[in-house]
Design a protein around this ligand. Structure first.
Ligand SMILES: *Cc1c(COP(=O)(O)O)cnc(C)c1O
Ligand SMILES: [Zn+2]
Length: 413
């Protein structure tokens, strides 16, 4: 497609062809997909997007879909175009009048990672790869395994050995090789960088990371379209590597640049668990240096101690006037329960992080009551039931006799 210009270094601007590379050959900076926004603006319209599929592929012109004589079909399980719903009861509990949830628990493998994987594997197939791989904190492994199965690709997913059971099972069921590493995600990632150099595999978040990262933009596109082609005032996103947050900000810029939405100021804010908060810590220090940490938190999906996009996340949040917060494990669990009991949305621990950080920020006076705020709820609670299992047993356990039930009810008074 003519509006795709290739890859460009985010640091020095050096350009290179679309291929399975992720670092600049000049300065080792990260590569990003580059577009010709004039050509892109000419190719898109609200009507054309609205007539597209009810998936992230309605935004195909904004994604790195390679041209070719016989491009293989997209790797598509229907990720994206998830509900954006008002959250009045959670808003009332927090002290916000215009709160919304972007419910990414409702993706094919129940997390936002389906967006990045659908894009990464579509490109990988076009580049001729037949094996998909990833370094994962759990959700990415689930998604790579599912999409690879549907695409008929082989898959190797690498995860920390101490993951939640559901995330191991919900990878294995699709038939990949699951490689459990006795160590942290950062150990997993280091190994994968070496393996990616040795084997001809498409590691979605290593050698094809520039394409993978573009998939996250679709959350931002959808939020604007679902608000009637208007930007929100404020988005709160959970951060692991920081890439999703950075790409939501990029999406809003692209919508303005292509004339699909009117320019208006927006803020973007980041949420982390205190047990792994390297980006939030740098934000609070006022520093540009993200110092690696050793994760220890119940929010395993966010447990990246050395986040690849930390620097860019700091930039996006500072530039837009947002904030970063971090919350302890008990606040994360309380956040999961508050979200579920007010809005009927059962999120995994990452959703608890987002809700609890938003609560903190409201209490600190960092969010205006009337600000139109969207909280990104990025994964499904059934993936991390261990986190709450100890707290949420049955209310009563009785035999099937009415008098026992009546006694149990009476014991409440
Ligand atoms: C991966 C993940 C994120 C954040 O991803 P980034 O690495 O910051 O892009 C957020 N929530 C969930 C549930 C995830 O699995
Ligand atoms: Zn460079």
């Amino acid at each position: 497609m003519s509006h795709l210009q290739g890859l460009r270094c985010r640091e020095c601007g050096h350009g290179t062809d679309l291929a399975a590379v992720h670092v600049c050959e000049h300065c080792f900076g990260p590569l990003e997909v580059a577009y010709d926004y004039e050509a892109l603006a000419a190719a898109v319209s609200r009507e054309r997007i609205a007539a597209g599929p009810a998936s992230l592929w309605r935004y195909a012109p904004f994604l790195p879909v390679l041209a070719g004589p016989h491009p293989p079909a997209r790797v598509d399980l229907g990720a994206g175009f998830t509900p954006l719903v008002p959250a009045p009861r959670l808003g009332a509990a927090l002290g916000l009048d215009d709160l919304w949830l972007k419910n990414d628990t409702m993706n094919p493998s129940y997390s936002f990672k389906d967006r990045v994987v659908s894009v990464a594997l579509s490109v990988a197939r076009q580049l001729g790869f037949t094996t998909a791989a990833c370094a994962s904190t759990g959700n990415l492994a689930n998604s790579v395994a599912a999409h690879a199965a549907a695409a008929g690709m082989d898959a190797y997913v690498f995860v920390p050995a101490d993951l939640e059971e559901a995330k191991i099972v919900a990878s294995g069921v699709y038939g990949p090789k699951v490689v459990a590493i006795k160590g942290t995600y950062d150990d997993v990632n280091r190994l994968c960088a070496e393996v990616a150099g040795e084997y001809g595999w498409a590691f979605v978040n290593v050698n094809v990371r520039p394409y993978y990262a573009e998939g996250s933009k679709t959350i931002g596109f959808e939020i604007a379209e679902q608000l009637g082609w208007r930007l929100p005032d404020h988005v709160v996103a959970p951060m692991a590597s920081g890439a999703m947050l950075v790409k939501i900000d990029k999406a809003f810029s692209e919508l303005v640049q292509t004339g699909l939405v009117a320019q208006q100021p927006w803020r973007i804010s980041g949420a982390q668990a205190s047990g792994c908060a390297p980006i939030a810590a740098a934000f609070k220090d006022g520093s540009g240096d993200v110092r690696p940490v050793r994760p220890d938190t119940v929010a395993k999906s966010l447990a990246i101690g050395n986040p690849a996009d930390g620097y860019y996340a700091l930039d996006a949040v500072r530039r837009t006037g947002g904030w970063m917060e971090d919350v302890a494990d008990h606040e994360i669990l309380a956040g999961m329960r508050l979200l579920a009991s007010t809005e009927g949305v059962f999120a995994e621990t990452a959703g608890g992080v987002t809700v609890a950080c938003l609560q903190r920020a409201v209490q600190a006076g960092l969010v205006e009551r009337g600000e139109r705020t969207v909280a990104v709820i990025s994964g499904n609670g059934l993936k991390t039931v261990e986190a709450l299992a100890g707290e949420l047993g049955p209310t009563y356990t009785i035999t099937g006799r009415l008098d026992e039930f009546e006694q149990a009810l009476a014991s409440e008074e």
